[in-house]
Write a protein that binds this ligand. Sequence first.
Ligand SMILES: CC(C)(COP(=O)(O)OP(=O)(O)OC[C@H]1O[C@@H](n2cnc3c(N)ncnc32)[C@H](O)[C@@H]1OP(=O)(O)O)[C@@H](O)C(=O)NCCC(=O)NCCS
Length: 166
Amino acid sequence: MSVKIELLNSLLNKKDFRCGKEMLDNYLHTQASQDVKRKLCVVFVLFDETTIRGYYTLSNASIPSKLIPKAIKRKMPQSYEVLRVTLLGRLAIDIKFKGQGLGSIILVDALKRSYEIANHSLGSIGVIVDPLDSDAVAFYEKFGFIVLPDSGKMFLPMADIAELTF
Ligand SMILES: CC(C)(COP(=O)(O)OP(=O)(O)OC[C@H]1O[C@@H](n2cnc3c(N)ncnc32)[C@H](O)[C@@H]1OP(=O)(O)O)[C@@H](O)C(=O)NCCC(=O)NCCS
């Protein structure tokens, strides 16, 4: 298996991707390329030849500082009402390839990329996700994401990402 992770391009077969969550399938089939053109996000795909096995999206975002856990907020300027973060908006693996470690591979790729961007190009205190359901919450919890109460979001500080062994 020689999988690569690169930006989405028009040579790849988007239409046969199925992850079991229709919303995430439809997004890749019909909207992802448009969002990229409009600079709403970037889409990275894990693929083999022209088969897309998984994808994720990244964009800039901000969250109200009151959502951030106290221990982290204490270290931030108290006057900042919003804090800049990186949004891992969508992440999915094709159902045919589930349970083979590809979800971990693309999540780690997304975290590593977010960390490098935050270090060198664009400030961000951490990565947030909007898990679709309790399965997704359980998946992200395995990697250290914490639930931000009353927001539907989960958060992983850049300081924790720095400590992951990539
Ligand atoms: C969630 C998803 C990305 C996992 O992909 P995958 O390739 O099957 O995951 P991996 O094989 O890399 O598993 C990585 C680890 O997460 C665990 N895991 C996978 N899915 C899980 C789930 N739903 N709940 C809890 N843990 C999960 C695995 O057991 C594994 O743990 P281990 O290393 O201790 O064995 C995939 O099932 C998917 O695309 N689901 C539909 C879309 C979705 O829910 N996306 C999440 C964000 S909205």
